[in-house]
Design a protein around this ligand. Sequence first.
Ligand code: NAD
Length: 312
Amino acid sequence: MSTLRFDDRVAVITGAGRGLGREYALLLAARGARVVVNDSGGSLTGDGTDAAPAHEVVREICAAGGQAVASTDSVATAAGGRAIIDTAVDNFGRIDILIHNAGTVRRGSLKELSYEDFEAVLDVHLRGAFHVVRPAFPLMCAAGYGRIVLTSSIGGLYGNHEVANYGVAKAGLIGLSNVAALEGAADGVRCNVIVPSAVTRMAEGIDTSAYPPMGPELVAPTVGWLTHETCSVTGEIFVAIGGRVAKAVIAETPGVYRPSWTIEDVAENVDGIRDLADAVIFPVVPDGHRDHILYSFGMADARSNRAGAQHG
Ligand code: NAD
């Protein structure tokens, strides 16, 4: 296969001053993209600001012959999000790729987590996604082209201890991605979710000594493909962890149909309700929402048709 390049493409990457985002920025820039390296700096908890990480990545890209500009605005406000997208338009005249990757962590058990820590994490991950998607999406639709990648987490799929804020935000991003995929489909805008895992500063305090190699360079190619024009999927969730690249799905059991239910009926049928054999998946695009409803109604119709046939 010939090298997949990003010539003439403009990419905005939030949280690109460190860790995974930095790796995405270096990869896309090395393949010809002009990159807005956004990062407000600051600590893992999101306290403080530091312009150095974004500027350092821009320096690295330019030193290697690439093109990039720094943006130190925060994704946590609507004004910051708009300024980040404006940086792409003002400097490069367009936006083709948006990777929302910025992230912070504030830990606390559900019994103790403060509202401040809950909101602060949602502001960066979930509202932050909306703050950049909202101004970028109409531009992409008008141009008839766009690639968006939003960043979820294992904690968004399966939860994790002491991060209710993070789990909520990372699950919510899947909802935003689904809607962007649906509403962007007719205009050539594709949106997918990455569930990355890599040893970055986010692994601080975790014993990673038994981990397999888990650098950000094992995640970046998947995000690179999801942002490339050859990316053929939308509304999907890709996983990249320790060299394993996979797709995560929301699946349903076929379920049990009855024309009426009691609590006891649910109890008696719970094994069938939960039986994952013949599980069904409704792809978001073209219309998982409708397909879910039609599948469900189809079971009722099949029953009433059978009953009608028996009586007829
Ligand atoms: P990181 O801390 O190395 O990088 C995150 C970057 O986001 C930092 O440079 C930080 O300054 C920046 N940032 C924070 N708040 C910002 C804001 N308001 N505006 C702009 N920039 C801001 O962490 P990472 O591991 O590279 O994480 C990147 C993304 O991947 C995050 O969304 C994280 O939740 C997600 N993720 C990471 C892992 C992992 O294993 N590292 C696992 C699951 C999900």
